[in-house]
Ligand binder design. Sequence first.
Ligand SMILES: Cc1cc2nc3c(=O)[nH]c(=O)nc-3n(C[C@H](O)[C@H](O)[C@H](O)COP(=O)(O)O)c2cc1C
Length: 193
Amino acid sequence: MELSHVIRHRRSIRKYKSEKISKELLEEIINLAVWAPSPFNSQPWNFVIISREYILNRRENIGELLYERSKPLLEQIFGKKDMSPFIVKKFLGDFGGAPYLIGVLRSNRIGEVDLEFQRAAIYAVVQNILLIAYDKGLGTCWIGVDEKMREVVQEILGITKEMGELLALISIGIPDQRVKDLERKPFNLWYLE
Ligand SMILES: Cc1cc2nc3c(=O)[nH]c(=O)nc-3n(C[C@H](O)[C@H](O)[C@H](O)COP(=O)(O)O)c2cc1C
């Protein structure tokens, strides 16, 4: 696919087919995604691949916790009558049936590089994963893990602090929905010449 097509048409997918995807494919995507830029070429990332079965076997529902976190903002932005909060709630209930989640972690081993810059590099990898997956016919959704939720989410998922700081979860699988293209909001663009 053309890069411009991939960038333009990737959408967050919140419903997946139950079909598995291969670990080889997941690793291929990650191995390509790590060609992202990073501060001082520190490459401060680690990954954890989490299967649907593993999540279903956890005692607590992390999706529900993640939804509770975003609910007030979702309702404020979209209003209670809009479908968006409902769609996100339904999705986070079981991650849309996705066969896998990819957890993207900031490695603890790079102490001296500015934390904000390290996190920026992780987010660049996340975007790469979303785009590469789309190019391979897969669907994804970026699920943010914020500071408030991080400890509890890591604990529930059994991701130890030694494994790193969990910055994002990405649901990934074969899409079972078509998502309409979104509008882009106007933005300011200045030239300083
Ligand atoms: C940092 C970040 C956190 C996000 N967290 C969630 C989330 O918790 N649940 C969710 O359903 N979507 C989440 N999204 C996806 C956004 O809702 C989505 O990207 C946005 O609505 C635009 O839609 P698009 O991805 O189809 O362009 C997140 C996206 C980003 C960048």
